[in-house]
Design a binder for this molecule. Structure first.
Ligand SMILES: [Zn+2]
Length: 447
């Protein structure tokens, strides 16, 4: 309970940071906008609270950056004094802005991505990431949780968005993944001089003391959430497998230190032993979760941890292996061949058993802005359309500790609103064709 309280206090502090920045900016234009801008959104269908039935013909009242209320029917601007903007979505299906809990917003997998850390400086990485951020937001993802980036670029991007210099989603930022030396988050396959670059090693930690210090260092840099690599992973260029890499005492040290600082912990985990060890250590989410067994399911249920499946990453790597077999060395191809196909079955098993699911894509492995392709894979693995939408709204908002602020269209929450043409409960791929995006009351996209 105390931990939960601490986490929600941090979330509030975090959001008040977002709110304050918006305020500071609004004051620049105090002459023009003495009153918060009033917007009426006329919705043909409105899924205000995922999990409940959609309403037909409804109006969302938006004041400034927040939702001021919902009304039945199409309310006229004449009911209000002063300037009112009306957004006509009478031919659309409207739902809350979507949330992706697993992105890598500062890069994108490609033939040259592996050597970027010696070619590009943090400023170049951050400036390029502004285009990824815009693509993600225009795809309807109004909040992302960025679980691993090198250097300070993701922090700079988050802060520039909060301050209004750059258009992008709200970002919860983990900084660098915490990995054991030689583990999945470390650098592999370069000559020794490059392996010793200090920036490459930020987040690398061994032993209880080292793990505590690594968490504190990420929080000091500005991390909102802590990411660790509990097991090996597919894309690290080492043949070290995909099972447990941190020892139990190291996992516990990372989780306890993060929680003592009010940060949740996201654990990259494929292999069963490492995945279950991470759950026993008390992580808040398992990312990927490729090999879930019955014990994992009972551990998920005991701890209340979420699964963030990232099926799109598994599919993307297998697709790239088919198209460009030379892009990965044998060590990566071997791991992808058994991990990729396992993810769907593992996710389906966890979902049917009632494990809590939050939405995540590993975007950066896949192309930024194609995040919604994850939905069709979730449905293919056996999840209902309604539950898939709930995972990307309520589930993800709760995992991020932001359910009081985002994830549904209700009074007082941020006005993060998207629209598509048809009912995504009938065709989930509608979410791949977002026509309208509002983020904190600002219209970002309107087709
Ligand atoms: Zn990832």
């Amino acid at each position: 309970m105390i931990m939960r309280l601490a986490v929600s206090l941090i979330s509030l502090a975090l959001l008040s940071g977002v709110f304050d920045s918006g305020h500071a900016l609004a004051e620049h234009h105090a002459g023009e906008h003495a009153e918060a801008q009033l917007t009426l959104i006329h919705c043909g269908s409105l899924l205000a609270i995922p999990g409940q039935d959609p309403m037909s013909k409804a109006t969302i009242v938006v004041r400034g950056e927040r939702i001021d209320g919902l009304r039945e029917g199409f309310v006229s601007a004449r009911e209000f004094d002063g300037a009112v903007t009306v957004v006509d979505l009478r031919d659309s299906f409207v739902l809350p802005g979507m949330i992706d809990c697993h992105t890598h917003i500062t890069g994108e997998m490609g033939p040259g991505s592996r050597t970027e850390f010696v070619r590009m400086n943090d400023a170049q990485v951050a400036l390029r990431a502004t285009t990824y951020a815009r693509a993600t937001l225009e795809a309807g993802f109004t909040t992302i949780r960025n679980v691993g980036s090198r250097g300070s670029s993701a922090f700079a991007l988050r802060d520039a968005i909060n301050q209004g210099y750059v258009v992008g989603p709200r970002i919860l930022c983990a900084g660098r993944s915490i990995s054991p030396t030689g583990g999945h988050g470390d650098i592999h396959g370069f000559r020794e001089g490059l392996l010793k670059l200090p920036t490459a090693f930020q987040g690398t930690a061994d032993g209880v003391d080292g793990c505590r210090k690594a968490v504190r260092a990420q929080v000091k840099r500005g991390a909102d959430v802590i990411k660790l690599t509990a097991t090996g992973g597919v894309l690290s260029q080492t043949n070290a497998g995909t099972d447990q890499q941190f020892f139990d005492d190291e996992l516990k040290a990372i989780v306890d230190t993060a929680h003592s600082l009010g940060r949740k912990v996201a654990a990259h985990a494929h292999g069963t032993t490492g995945l279950n060890a991470a759950l026993r250590a008390g992580v808040d989410s398992i990312e990927h979760g490729s090999f879930i067994d019955d014990e994992s399911i009972s551990l998920f249920k005991q701890s209340g941890a979420y699964l963030v499946p990232t099926l799109l990453a598994g599919k993307t790597v297998l697709d790239v292996m088919d198209e460009k077999p030379d892009m990965f060395p044998a060590s990566v191809r071997d791991k992808a061949a058994y991990v990729g196909p396992a993810m769907m079955g593992s996710f389906g098993k966890a979902y049917r058993a009632g494990v809590k699911i939050a939405f995540g894509t590993d975007s950066g492995v896949s192309v930024h802005g194609t995040n919604a392709e994850e939905f069709a894979l979730m449905v293919e693995a056996g999840m209902s359309e309604a539950d898939a939408i709930q995972s990307a709204t309520e589930g993800s908002a709760k995992l991020c500790g932001l359910w009081d602020e985002i994830g549904s269209i209700e009074y007082g929450k941020f006005a993060d609103i998207v629209a598509v043409s048809g009912d995504p409960m009938e065709d989930i791929t509608e979410l791949e064709r977002v026509r309208f995006v509002m983020r904190s009351g600002n219209v970002i996209k309107s087709d």
